[in-house]
Design a protein around this ligand. Structure first.
Ligand code: NDP
Length: 280
């Protein structure tokens, strides 16, 4: 029987995950059925339970359910526990195991595809939602220098810093004070602000000629931040398409025990990037 997988989110209709996993399946010769399932916040648990009852064996979870998904799991991987957010569900005999492949996906894209050396980079993380929680532990593991976290809701930046438990290295700050934080070698936009055309005000002095500026979004949603980064003189301006493909490959490996090659689907999607809608 063909194994069933899904991406669960809201909205999710534009998700590229079904296309990416279908491509990985063809490449590796693994038959799979991977669909997008729309789940408004109040119905996430019911939709996940129905998916399991119908034989679903694995799922990706996207905005806004990554925190909720962590609560629905029987066990969590170490990286999902540290993130407090789950983007990959694996069906086990006793329930769902939760994993988080966002962080390893981002680090692999930055270091292997874009050839960046992340070590000792003074880093600014804008946002403290599910994606920020997923990537922060992996960035620290990859050897970045001090990590400054700002968020529209400051309590969430504080909570993320507390969860990372590295007070000497991780510093939550107020978004309104961003102009006094100095310059950064790595700036990551992990907000969904541009979705409603309200990117926080960023000073050009945040970037220096070595800065890598990364938006976790892709397609139209990434345009305002990357335009700011170019105007600020950042050395590298990178969107989230590579991370998307790499986190999917890591999920695929968790489910199927095989690591797919990612360059071909990345290049195919890149050719159509202007038409892409961030949905994962
Ligand atoms: P969440 O809903 O969990 O978090 C949203 C974040 O954006 C919060 O920090 C929120 O702040 C902030 N935010 C939202 N609107 C505004 C605004 N108007 N001004 C300032 N801050 C704002 O979403 P995720 O963390 O899951 O996703 C964030 C982005 O990352 C999305 O665009 C998503 O598509 C992308 N992403 C890309 C991935 C990839 O593989 N490329 C993987 C995962 C996510 P507050 O706490 O105050 O609400």
């Amino acid at each position: 029987m063909v194994k069933r997988f899904a991406v669960i989110g809201h909205p999710v209709a534009h998700s590229l995950s079904p296309r990416i996993h279908a491509a990985f399946g063809r490449q590796t010769g693994i038959a799979l059925d991977y669909t997008a399932m729309d789940a408004p916040s109040e119905s996430f648990d019911a939709i996940l339970a129905a998916f399991a009852a119908e034989g679903g064996v694995g799922a990706n979870v996207t905005l806004p359910h990554k925190g909720r998904a962590a609560l629905a799991c029987h066990t969590l991987s170490e990286r999902a526990r540290r993130a407090g957010a789950v983007n990959t569900l694996i069906r086990t005999a006793t329930g769902w195991e939760g994993d988080n492949t966002d962080g390893v996906g981002l680090v692999r894209d930055l270091t292997e595809r874009h050839g960046l050396d992340l070590r000792a980079r003074r880093t600014l993380l804008i946002g403290a939602g599910g994606a920020a929680r997923g990537v922060a532990p992996s960035l620290l593991d990859a050897g970045i220098g001090d990590l400054y976290i700002v968020n529209r809701t400051p309590e969430r930046a504080d909570a993320l810093a507390d969860a990372l438990a590295m007070p000497g290295r991780v510093h939550p700050r107020y978004l309104r004070d961003i102009g006094s934080l100095g310059t950064f070698d790595l700036i990551i936009n992990a907000t969904s602000a541009a979705r409603d055309a309200s990117l926080p005000m960023l000073q050009v002095a945040l970037a220096n000629p070595r800065t890598a500026a990364v938006d976790l979004s892709y397609g139209e949603v990434a345009i305002p931040f990357l335009a700011w980064a170019r105007a600020a003189g950042a050395h590298d301006c990178i969107d989230g398409l590579g991370m998307l493909v790499e986190q999917a490959a890591e999920s695929f490996q968790r489910w199927h025990g095989v690591r797919p090659e990612t360059d071909e689907i990345y290049e195919t999607l890149r050719e159509h990037r202007a038409e892409l809608v961030t949905a994962d």
